[in-house]
Design a protein around this ligand. Sequence first.
Ligand code: FMN
Length: 218
Amino acid sequence: MASEFQQRLFNEQEQELLFEIIKSRRDVRGNRFLEKEIEETIIHKIIEAGLHGPSVGFSQPWEFVIIKDQKTKAAIKASFNTENTKGANQFKEDKQEKYTNLKLEGIEETPLNIAVFYTPKDTPVLGQTSMPNMGRYSVVCAIQNMWLMARSLNIGMGWVSILDPEKVKTILNAPKENELIGYLCFGYTDMFYNKPELELKKWDKRKPLSEVIFEEKY
Ligand SMILES: Cc1cc2nc3c(=O)[nH]c(=O)nc-3n(C[C@H](O)[C@H](O)[C@H](O)COP(=O)(O)O)c2cc1C
């Protein structure tokens, strides 16, 4: 008998599939995107995956701005260019040279950008009374769901954080109290690399379990 308490259990094949999607998710950048549009039902499916993310006190402190207009994207890209120059200057010598050779966004190359905002509440939020960042982390959980959903739909996503959040807010006419958490670029792609691009380009490598697990105490 169906009830709200009925549980869905997953079999081994499904568990493996989830792990495969997790491992196949990539940050996709502008040089890999195709021009093909993303249908509205698909866009909504990706955002709905976000809405199924966990949130502190079930506060669901998120709002999504869907951006398709090339003029808006160009304005955001201008902020990226300014911030990226500042970013590059923070690295020294060969790291700086490596940095400047990296493609770190796909704002104008993707048909769809989504800006994800944190919407703070002016009343106490269950679970957020001691650690005020929990609402922001909840928005990040939504973004991760979107990233995985997009990957399962064979759509690439790139997260662009080299931006001035206040400039982005102004461009998007965002309410004063909202905070930009993620600026995301979505599009079909000609290639999902099997490893992070930053690993393939020898910027860094994945940490093994043994490096990050501590038993009982540090
Ligand atoms: C919070 C966050 C911000 C990021 N910002 C950028 C960014 O501004 N530009 C970029 O090229 N990649 C960005 N990335 C993608 C990371 O570089 C990428 O996740 C990492 O290199 C691992 O690669 P993978 O996502 O393909 O596994 C960001 C990722 C996260 C989680």
